[in-house]
Design a protein around this ligand. Structure first.
Ligand code: AMP
Ligand code: ZN
Length: 136
């Protein structure tokens, strides 16, 4: 894809701190890490986001993500990690080439995850019914 920054990284036109590569996937350091060792994993074939990524490519990304996450844990001595995927602008997706974030986590890193709240049981049932009906 001509104007895609990650396709340019894959093509070697823009440098990156590569940590892993195989025929189908590439992993490199995020230029602005949440924690040291934060990596991005992507398929070499362009797709905009999770929803338009072919299943075979998703499988390849997931397998590489597990492999690299184990290495990140080892290299950073992290106590855990988050796999994070932003999908579409409303969710904070900035680069429109499907990618998974691997964020090493430490018990005292003070990162807060999402604020959560409770819904009435009726609302829960309604939304569950709608989602169930929409699953293809
Ligand atoms: P998002 O699309 O919100 O999932 O995030 C895109 C991520 O790509 C951000 O965390 C950026 O810091 C990262 N990023 C953008 N450009 C580069 C680059 N040239 N090399 C490495 N990471 C990048
Ligand atoms: Zn791309």
């Amino acid at each position: 894809m001509k104007d895609c920054i990650f396709c340019k990284i894959i093509a070697g036109e823009i440098p990156c701190n590569k940590v892993y590569e195989d025929n189908n996937t590439l992993a490199f350091l995020d230029i602005k890490p949440v924690n040291k060792g934060h990596c991005l994993v992507l398929s070499k074939e362009h797709s905009e986001n999770l929803l338009d990524t072919k299943e075979e490519h998703l499988k390849a990304i997931m397998i590489t993500t597990k492999k690299v996450a184990e290495a990140v844990m080892e290299a950073t001595k992290a106590q855990g990690f988050n796999i994070h995927i932003n999908t579409k602008e409303a969710a904070g997706q900035v680069v429109n080439h499907t990618h998974f974030h691997i964020i090493p986590r430490f018990t005292k890193d003070n990162l807060k995850l999402w604020p959560q709240h409770s819904l009435e049981e009726k609302e829960m049932q309604e939304i569950a019914k709608k989602i169930k009906a929409a699953v293809i």
